[in-house]
Design a protein around this ligand. Structure first.
Ligand code: AMP
Length: 215
């Protein structure tokens, strides 16, 4: 099954993608993660995209499309994949159409207030990367990482005002792409204001209805 996940930052898209990816053995491909890894490695690609990613600007279509093309050619993508963060422009969507046939595009939605509440409780460990949430996954000792004992921090881009701005940027960026898939008739909207397990159960229900997974 070849899927695309679209949703605003902080909606939990990465969690849903991970759950589906592990259960059905299909890779979760996040272009943002790929770029961050390449930047950290200091690779040729990393150096090329660094200037864009660090400013929050879109990486040029030619570069992103080639990256995705190479990833989709890997044997592990033969059974299917989940694309996350791609496509972000109509040009990217059209290029993707020339590479493969997408089965379903899931659009995860929730009111911005729900997203703010979710991410404002998020704490991360600056040392080992462990993620906590004050409401549903608190650390054993308040403010301290269970894994390595480092004081936890809140990411700068999880501050409410920043979340609100990122939400607006997301809406503007993805509106044409969402419209593109809606017109194609393969867009499915999912209410993501509920528990992650319920959201994923909804995704699986749709996949079952479309006969992409068995009962
Ligand atoms: P994300 O983690 O999806 O928010 O991506 C982080 C950054 O990577 C974005 O702000 C862009 O600079 C870059 N990026 C990721 N995916 C794309 C894409 N499909 N097109 C252009 N730039 C992208």
């Amino acid at each position: 099954m070849r899927l695309i996940f679209i949703g605003p930052p902080g909606i939990g898209k990465g969690t849903y993608a991970k759950m589906i990816s592990q259960k059905y053995g299909i890779p979760h491909i996040s272009t943002g993660d790929i770029f961050r890894e390449e930047i950290a490695k200091g690779s040729e690609l990393g150096l090329k995209v660094k200037q864009y990613v660090e400013k929050g600007l879109l990486v040029p279509d030619e570069i992103v499309v080639e990256v995705v093309r190479k990833v989709l050619e890997r044997p592990e993508c033969r059974k299917g994949f989940i694309l996350d963060g791609f496509p972000r422009t109509i040009e990217q969507a059209k290029a993707l159409d020339n590479m493969t046939k997408i089965d379903v595009v899931f659009l995860f939605e929730a009111p911005v207030e729900v997203i703010i509440e979710r991410v404002s409780g998020r704490l991360i460990c600056p040392k080992c990367g462990a993620i906590y949430n004050i409401s549903w996954k608190p650390p054993k000792t308040p403010g301290i990482c269970d894994v390595c004992g480092t004081p936890l921090i809140r990411r700068k881009d999880d501050e409410p005002e920043v979340v609100r701005t990122r939400y607006q940027v997301y809406k503007q960026t993805f509106a044409p792409v969402i419209d593109y898939y809606r017109r194609k008739g393969i867009l499915v909207e999912i209410d993501a204001s509920r528990d992650a397990r319920e959201v994923v159960a909804d995704v699986e229900k749709i996949l079952r209805e479309k006969r992409l997974i068995k009962e």
